[in-house]
Design a protein around this ligand. Sequence first.
Ligand code: PLP
Length: 229
Amino acid sequence: MVTENLKNVEAKIQAACDRAGRDRSEVTLIAVSKTKPVEMIKEAIDCGISVFGENKVQELVSKYDELDKGLEWHMIGHLQRNKVKMLPGRVKRIHSVDSIRLAEEIDKQFSNAGLIADILVEVNVAGEDSKFGIALDEVEEFLRKISQYSSIKVHGLMTIAPYVDDPEQNRTIFCDLRKKMVDINSKNIDNIYMDELSMGMTGDYEVAIEEGATYVRVGTGIFGSRIYT
Ligand SMILES: *Cc1c(COP(=O)(O)O)cnc(C)c1O
């Protein structure tokens, strides 16, 4: 199933890149393997996938420890401060930085490990109460604050768009996030230059690619629906 699904997803990514006049190499597919067993991850690896996303630290750590060290792991879920110490050396990017207190802890733990934390700032573009993330009009102030942390490098912005029936409904969300990145870059804030946009999930990644996504996070479309127990 994973093999067939990946072929399908890859064809759709390529088609979206073609429509947008983008090169396929500008978009990284993150295979979101949360709740899924290592056997399914291995099937994805056999298809050439090496970039995976998890939303829980414990699960990311146990999969990281069990699997080949050449893989890339992305922390995409809400992150609690007391779990940050598990991440240095194990994650390629933390996509879900959404508070100064969390940034401070990330800075501390990565600094202790002698490493730089490569992060994205999570933005709640639609302003949904149910979602984490910085409000769009507070992103600049937030970035100015975290630019002080010497063990954090901000690479870009991430958003989880609303759940919608028609992915076209999320086009303006993705467009607004890209505009925010361009706007911030034009302000030449010290230590802040961003070129990554993590946006688009199974239901809307093609639209996200058309609007400039550099990371798409696809779970269900690759591994099938999740069963939570
Ligand atoms: C689970 C998850 C995804 C993947 O969602 P699908 O709809 O299954 O593709 C993407 N991003 C985040 C932050 C997630 O938690």
